[in-house]
Design a protein around this ligand. Structure first.
Ligand SMILES: N[C@@H](CCC(=O)N[C@@H](CS)C(=O)NCC(=O)O)C(=O)O
Length: 301
């Protein structure tokens, strides 16, 4: 038996978070620092194998082939169950997991092995969400933003008319733009430039973002919601962004300018979202902590 095979088998008998840590330790040093997007790095992908139990099989649900009416009907169900395929870290899966938690739906993670599963995925990328409606119809949902908007629509977090949906989408898109800059400039920065890049991000990118969003929130009375008196996709998106910027502060970097003093309205949004009972419970789970550890390890924070 080859040494590589032996190493893989012994890794599979470990709890998921330890498998992930081990996986990261085993990465060839030439791939570090991680300064290129994951999807450009097939060697990482091929080696990013892990499973929930040693006996997992990696077969994916088979989407139902049916006419549009049947699929449309299935998509209207608010009583569906879900299976989610993504890496054991937050990344592009974070908001989908949160939406599943908020919806109160039954959901689980699927074991991941892209070397087996990739070719079956519509865009050959994850995250992917499989929805099973009560009549057994299986829908395959791809592209993180499209999945998020789909779930938000289904569970009443995405406005009730085209204009209110558009207003929520403005916030979502504006925050997404800032978030993408955070990924490109800070998360993927070469390790020796990360603090400098983080400071530039805090000093140059965040102040106009904060000023604009504080003003938007002020229009709603500064009550900690972008719109009305309840959480929408806009609040979830911005709260996640702030949460990640605070969580993924490079060691040795100064504090990002998100606080009660520096961004009071955004801070309230963060408190509203993190203080929601579903979110509080989710953040306390071992799974959530494992995802935190997965993100920190993967990005070497
Ligand atoms: N636009 C896609 C991007 C998805 C994407 O880049 N996924 C990465 C992980 S975050 C992936 O699947 N990488 C695996 C690969 O490239 O083989 C989305 O938002 O869902």
């Amino acid at each position: 038996m080859s040494a590589t095979l032996l190493a893989s088998i012994s890794r599979l008998s470990l709890p998921l978070h330890q498998q992930h840590q081990l996986f990261l330790k085993q990465l060839p040093t030439r791939l570090q620092p991680l300064s290129r997007p994951l999807f450009l790095n097939p060697t990482i992908i091929a080696r990013h194998k892990h499973s929930m139990t040693p006996n997992d099989n990696f077969a994916l649900p088979v989407p139902t082939k049916a006419d549009a009416k049947v699929l449309a009907e299935a998509s209207r169900s608010t009583n569906s169950t879900y299976q989610f395929l993504y890496f054991p870290m937050h990344g592009r899966g974070e908001l989908t997991r949160t939406l599943l938690v908020f919806s109160g739906a039954k959901w689980e993670e699927l074991p991941l092995d892209l070397s087996v599963q990739k070719q079956q995925l519509p865009f050959k990328l994850i995250p992917i969400l499989y929805e099973t409606a009560p009549d057994g119809t299986i829908l395959e949902l791809a592209e993180s933003h499209a999945i998020e908007r789909y779930l938000a629509t289904k569970y009443g977090l995405y406005g009730s008319d085209p204009y209110s949906t558009h207003k929520i989408d403005q916030i979502y898109t504006s925050t997404d733009f800032a978030n993408q800059l955070f990924w490109q400039r800070v998360r993927w920065a070469p390790l020796d430039q990360r603090i400098e890049e983080a400071h530039k991000f805090y000093d140059e990118i965040l102040p106009p973002y904060i000023a604009n969003h504080e003003a938007q929130l002020e229009k709603n009375g500064g009550n900690g919601y972008y719109f009305g008196e309840s959480i929408t996709l806009a609040d979830l998106k911005s709260a996640h962004f702030i949460d990640r910027v605070l969580f993924m502060r490079p060691k040795g970097a100064k504090e990002p300018p998100f606080s009660n003093e520096k961004s009071p309205n955004l801070w309230k949004v963060l408190q509203r979202v993190n203080g929601h009972p579903a979110m509080t419970a989710w953040k306390k789970t071992q799974r959530y902590r494992d995802l935190d550890a997965g993100s920190l390890n993967f990005f070497q924070f």
